[in-house]
Ligand binder design. Structure first.
Ligand code: PLP
Length: 385
């Protein structure tokens, strides 16, 4: 079949491929521990589920304005502004089914064919996909282990050209758990201002940070609110991946454009899901901190366990729920190592190369799983290395 060129580069996400293979093994009787999946293993908090169910019962099952219900946009503007020390107009908030459309549509709205977009590599695979669908040229900033997988300012400086339209940031980051320190955010902001480019700041893991660290938003730096799209959402913070609820916050004109793209694509986000979102933002927040503390406990267990394996070194991530150990000493490609561990040890994890060429030599393990399962997985891997 002949497909439009803009879709020919698209690939499935690595996690789904490994999951399918793991399920095949399970169907044949294998016992697989799943550390490949990037979603919380906790249930949606009960107050939020209740609000969603009540919303369905109350008949909130209709279309809403494409960019979201006014009451939810207000709640997001208030909550997101307070957390970042900023003030947002509800009109700047674009609600979407999951956060992903707020990566894709701002990119479609801003990037012309041939424009360059700088993105983190290893990084979330959607970045490359959406840049290329928009006709843009993806330009990788290597995230280096020796720099804590933060954004490499020196590399950024050499990669910026007069065709650079946008810089994508993701802090805390998937797949590394790396965080961009405030002083680097300031450096990136200076470069973005000097080169007159947009910043798309993926802050979906901003509530899952460790060691009492706060992660700042580049949008709060002087001159940046006018050129930053904050992408955030409910999937990771409130265990709501399947509800599909996220948002972008951006300058008003851009929010209107992105709203038009939503109008003519998804139409609107599910009505009752938006009520659940209001409860998520205005209800008990202590449970968010409790879950983050549990992730931190798991992080400490998995990092220590990985570092005790022969030929493995693993940095301590500062946020999100992923570790990204270096396995170069094994002399296998990431893909070979991931396949081997799945087949021989029954542990599903992802090759670092699923997140771009600079992820080669690493694995990604998600610790959105119980300490017990993490310990069993480590024992199993120890048994084969
Ligand atoms: N950005 C990053 C870095 C992610 O890891 C994810 C989900 O895995 C998303 C965005 C998308 O979030 P959502 O499920 O709300 O669309």
């Amino acid at each position: 079949m002949k497909f439009a060129a803009r879709t020919l580069h698209l690939q499935p996400e690595g996690a789904y491929q490994v999951l399918a293979k793991a399920q095949e093994l399970e169907a044949a009787g294998a016992d697989v521990i799943h550390l490949e999946i990037g979603q919380p293993d906790f249930e949606t908090f009960p107050n939020i589920s209740r609000a969603g169910i009540e919303a369905v019962r109350a008949g909130h099952t209709r279309y809403t304005p494409p960019a979201g219900m006014e009451s939810l946009r207000r709640a997001i503007a208030e909550d997101a502004g307070r957390r970042r020390g900023m003030t947002f107009d509800p009109g700047q908030v674009v609600v979407s089914p999951g956060a992903k459309p707020n990566l894709f549509f701002p990119t479609l709205a801003l990037v012309e064919p041939g424009d360059e977009v700088i993105y983190p590599n290893p990084g979330f695979p959607t970045y490359q996909a959406m840049i290329r669908v928009a006709g843009g040229v993806p330009v990788a900033v290597p995230l280096l282990e020796e720099k804590g997988f933060s954004f490499d300012l020196e590399a950024l400086e050499t990669l910026l050209t007069d065709r650079t339209r946008m810089i994508i940031l993701n802090s805390p980051g998937n797949p590394t758990g790396g965080v961009i320190p405030e002083k680097d955010l300031i450096g990136i902001a200076e470069l973005a201002l000097a080169h007159d480019c947009w910043v798309l700041s993926d802050e979906i893991y901003s509530r899952i940070v460790y060691d009492q660290k706060m992660v700042g938003s580049i949008a709060a730096l002087p001159g940046m609110a006018e050129r930053t799209i904050i992408m955030d959402g409910f999937s990771k913070t409130y265990n709501m991946t399947g509800w599909r609820l996220g948002y972008g916050i951006m300058p008003l004109d851009l929010a209107e454009r992105v709203g038009l793209l939503l109008t003519h694509s998804v139409g609107s986000t599910a009505h009752f899901t938006q009520y659940a979102g209001i409860e998520a933002l205005t209800g008990d927040q202590a449970q968010v901190a409790e879950v983050a503390a549990e992730y931190q406990r798991r992080r400490d267990v998995i990092v220590e366990g990985l570092n005790s394996l022969p030929g493995v070194t693993c940095r301590m991530p500062q946020g999100a729920f992923y570790v990204f150990p270096n396995i170069k000493a094994w002399g296998k490609t990431s893909r070979e190592a991931a396949d081997w561990i799945l087949e021989e040890a029954g542990v599903a994890l992802l090759p670092g190369s699923a997140f771009g060429e600079y992820g080669e030599g690493y694995l990604r393990l998600s610790y959105a799983n119980s300490v017990e399962n993490i310990q069993r997985a480590l024992e199993r891997i120890k048994g084969i290395v």
